[in-house]
Design a protein around this ligand. Structure first.
Ligand code: 5GP
Ligand code: ZN
Length: 117
């Protein structure tokens, strides 16, 4: 079972922000911004490329509620999903990073060229 399935199932503890029957939001263990929360469907889906649009409809409403819970609905945030190898996905269970709590940089580098793309 994947690590986020174990978190969703309560086998690995997490710092929960918000939860309902279908989705869980919890603080990232290695935050890359003052606010760094992960949003996952409890049911395993590998990545964004495989997710059903109906799941995304529910996840959208849930993510908006997470933003309100954190207060970043007022200040702004970034919602990111890394998809697959080139996208830098490390955990093979669909998750969205909600980043905020301060001005975020926007500097995505291509690994081979180190050129800003
Ligand atoms: P990815 O690189 O797959 O898009 O993001 C995976 C994220 O999961 C990373 O930001 C990493 O810090 C976080 N992470 C990995 N393992 C754990 C864990 O056991 N607990 C929590 N809360 N976050 C984790
Ligand atoms: Zn999983």
């Amino acid at each position: 079972m994947c690590i986020f399935c174990q978190i969703a199932g309560g086998e690995i503890p997490n710092n929960t922000v918000l939860e309902n029957d279908d989705f869980l939001a919890f603080h990232d263990l290695y935050p890359k911004a003052p606010v760094h929360v992960l949003i996952i469907p409890k049911q395993h889906v590998d990545c964004f490329q495989d997710v059903a649009p109906e799941t995304m409809a529910g996840l959208t409403a849930f993510a908006q509620e997470v933003a309100r819970t954190l207060g970043v609905d007022q200040t702004g945030y970034r919602l990111i999903t890394n998809n697959g190898e080139d996208g830098g996905q490390e955990v093979p269970h669909l998750h969205f990073h909600m980043l905020g709590g301060g001005k975020l940089k926007w500097d995505h580098f291509h690994e081979d060229t180190h050129k800003n793309i």
